[in-house]
Design a protein around this ligand. Structure first.
Ligand code: NAD
Length: 731
């Protein structure tokens, strides 16, 4: 069986249908390219064929992209010269698409056959690069469809001709949101943006495509005509020149130079715009090879594409029957509870939202109402949809409404006494099979489970704020949590379309355990007299969305102080963070509580906009005469987090390094270019990591001491992915 087939009708119109075997959406693989190539050859040589429609056999979609394992295969194909393997593989795919684009015309653009892409819906990555090589792109009017080139989001760029073609079709400026930001659009917006040519009712899609072919169109691409000029001007033209000055600044401003793919993309666009199209394709292939040879790209693809998807598909789900949630009870309608109710209702569940007072429950429900209103304003939702979603949420104080719930998510105050009482009261009314989850951010699950007489069915489901935006959910197993509860939590996370990680119970679980040392390291540096701007900028240049000081301002100083007090009380003499507390308690005493009070490490204007660092910091902690260099600051911030991740693995809080990497990027924006903490350690190599830890421990204290596991791996020259995820160890 092959993924492509071709049929020709009585009018001489051939239809190549893409239908990847065994998948709900088409995905391009090695064999797929070969099959497509053979059919294109056949269509071009068969005199009975006048033109070709390329479409999909899947309802509602054209293609989801490429199976990125192709890249690994290309690398392997040339033995010890993987770059050559990539260049050869990419050139071969370019040749197939170029063949479609030339449609069999001669050098003078005479003869040939037109190709039309007929997209029933979603067309992403290679699923748009193939259409871009065709002579017309027609899409069905399917508002749910997403069309675009999202490659940049996983650390690569459109390297199958998409970059060269879109730049020529739209100009560098017009193409930039699609190439540089990976912007996705529904078919109508895609047409407005110039990505595709026409949107038609779904049942007319193939007829319109055929009509185009039979109209005997002139189909030579503008860039294959004499005298073609790139829209907006080539880089040496004054207008084009300005575009590139702006684009370079924008890319560097956004990525802080931390993401190799964005820079390489821009180089491919710039250099490609100076030369004829076929040379531009070669340049694109070279830059794409350059990116694919960068360990950062491989790590990003692995975490953000392959492993993220594996976790979403239940890689670590216990083998128990389907646990799809039908009715969820959300306890506490505050900030978190309101968001949890919203995402659950959006996923089609019946929701009971309970608070102490009816007003509080109603206020929680109104969060969904406001959210839907915003959607209606942006044309993403309708009044009818809003009414349906609101109809799924019952806001009440009455526990009896929980009857029949198969999952409870508790999000009341972070107080063990309050949580225990709520747990007992809920368990008195729900079925004994109902799974009880707590959204605590700091309290041990095993302790909270003591309020239940059925600890097997008790689990942590830790959301991040704001719930509707943050894509990670951390599932925490207490000591007695059973497989049904884990499966329930995972099935629930699948329903709300987020990415789960499953960890064992320990102080701060996994994510907060790593985030807190990141913040703390920043605060320690403040106390040492390191310039606040150096601290935050060092983090941003590592690709973190916000530096540690800005992060404390966002999450609030008093929350930090509260966590510090509770941790100190729990740890007693073993508490290691007195130096940090000094800074945080002082800020609290000064009533500089962060963004919410318009005063923290930053000054803010009355609209809440940051206005620079507060000069009180320097008055209290005078600027040290000698400032550390950038790398030293960056290594302190990185190692503070990654060593915590290694310890979490040593202590079996993490059971799977893939979860440690995916979780770090999605939960707190850990340097995405690195692929996550374990991938970063593999990129720098465990021997160097251990050596650096020794130096940092000597200079800054025992918190940087090399964990035993890292030491052992360094001695053996082992990588984390070789040891814990079965990858081949690099020589
Ligand atoms: P919140 O103060 O905004 O909301 C708590 C709600 O629980 C309030 O509406 C309160 O009236 C209600 N409540 C208190 N006692 C109750 C009872 N006995 N019965 C019913 N309702 C009761 O707090 P939040 O920020 O939504 O946090 C809730 C939980 O989620 C906490 O455990 C917190 O640690 C955790 N959490 C918070 C965040 C965050 O960023 N805010 C992130 C992850 C987890």
């Amino acid at each position: 069986m092959t993924d492509f087939n071709m049929k020709t009708d009585a009018d001489g119109v051939a239809t190549i249908t893409w239908d990847t075997v065994g998948k709900s959406m088409n995905v391009m693989n090695q064999q797929g390219f070969e099959d497509l190539n053979a059919l294109v050859d056949q269509a071009l040589t068969d005199d009975a064929i006048k033109g070709v429609i390329i479409t999909s056999g899947k309802a509602g979609s054209f293609a989801g992209g490429m199976d990125l394992n192709i890249i690994a295969k290309m690398k392997e194909a040339a033995g010890d010269n993987p770059a050559q393997g990539l260049m050869d593989g990419l050139s071969a795919t370019h040749a197939i698409l170029r063949k479609i684009e030339r449609g069999g015309m001669d050098d003078k653009n005479k003869g040939g056959k037109p190709f039309v892409a007929a997209l029933p819906g979603t067309a992403l990555g290679i699923g748009l690069e193939i259409p871009l090589a065709c002579h017309r792109i027609i899409a069905a009017d399917n508002p749910k469809a997403k069309i675009g080139l999202p490659e940049i989001m996983v650390g690569i760029f459109p390297g199958m001709g998409g970059t060269a073609r879109l730049t020529r079709k739209l100009g560098a400026m017009g193409a930039s949101p699609f190439l540089l930001e990976g912007k996705l659009s529904d078919p109508k917006k895609a047409m407005q943006g110039g990505l595709i040519d026409e949107v038609v009712p779904a049942d007319e899609l193939l007829a319109k495509a055929k009509e185009y072919i039979l109209s005997e169109p002139k189909f030579v691409k503008p860039w294959d005509e004499k005298g073609y000029k790139i829209p907006g001007g080539a880089p040496y033209h004054p207008a084009g020149f300005m575009t590139f000055v702006g684009a370079s600044a924008m890319v560097n401003g956004k990525t802080q130079g931390a993401f190799p793919a964005a820079k390489a993309l821009l180089s491919a666009v710039y250099e490609g715009a100076l030369v004829p199209f076929d040379t531009a394709l070669k340049i694109e292939a070279r830059w794409f090879t350059n990116v694919l040879m960068n360990p950062s790209s491989a790590a990003m693809i692995r975490s953000l594409f392959i492993n993220k998807e594996a976790l979403e598909k239940g890689a670590n789900r216990p083998d128990v029957p389907d646990q799809t949630v039908k009715k969820v009870g959300v306890m506490g309608a505050g900030m978190m509870g309101a968001g949890i109710a919203l995402v659950s209702a959006m996923a089609g569940m019946e929701v009971v939202l309970i608070d102490q007072k009816q007003e509080a429950a109603d206020k929680g429900k109104s969060y969904t109402s406001d959210y839907m209103d915003k959607g209606i304003k942006r044309g993403k939702a309708t009044e009818e949809k809003k009414a349906n979603i609101l109809g799924q949420i019952t806001a009440t104080t009455d526990y009896a409404a929980l009857e029949g719930a198969d999952l409870i998510i508790e999000a009341v105050f972070e107080d063990p006494g309050v949580k225990a009482e709520v747990t007992k009261n809920v368990l008195a009314v729900v079925d004994k099979d109902c799974i009880f989850a707590t959204n605590t951010s700091t309290l041990p699950i095993t302790e909270l489970a003591k309020a239940s007489d059925n600890a097997e069915n008790f689990i942590g489901i830790h959301f991040f704020s704001p719930v509707e935006k943050m894509m990670l959910v951390e599932i925490i197993k207490g000591q007695k949590t059973g497989p049904n509860a884990v499966a329930k939590a995972l099935d629930y996370v699948r329903q709300i379309r987020k990415t789960p990680i499953v960890v064992n119970d320990a102080r701060f679980f996994y994510c907060n355990r790593c985030i807190i040392p990141y913040i703390n390291e920043g605060l320690r540096m403040v106390a040492e007299g390191v310039a606040p701007s150096l601290i935050d900028n060092a983090a941003r240049q590592l690709g973190f969305p916000v530096g540690p000081l800005q992060l404390v301002d966002e999450t609030s100083i008093d929350l930090g102080a509260k966590i510090a007090r509770a941790t100190k009380a729990a740890m007693g003499d073993a508490y290691p963070d007195a130096a940090v507390d000094e800074v945080i308690f002082w800020m609290e005493g000064e009533n500089r509580l962060g963004r919410k009070t318009n005063a923290g490490f930053f000054d803010y204007d009355e609209k809440g906009k940051r206005r620079g660092y507060w000069d009180g910091i320097e008055a209290k902690y005078p600027r040290a005469d000698e400032q550390p260099d950038l790398i030293e600051v960056q290594h302190r911030l990185m190692f503070a987090q990654v060593l915590e991740a290694v310890r979490a693995l040593e202590e079996n809080v993490l059971e799977d390094i893939r979860e440690g990497d995916v979780g770090a990027i999605l939960a707190w924006g850990f340097a995405p270019w690195s692929g996550g903490p374990f991938s970063w350690l593999d990129i720098i190599g465990t021997p160097y990591a251990a050596e650096r830890c020794d130096q940092l421990a000597e200079a800054h204290g025992a918190r940087f001491a090399t964990p035993a596991l890292l030491r052992e791996m360094a001695d053996k020259g082992q990588s984390f992915y070789a040891r814990f995820a079965g990858e081949a160890q690099a020589a």
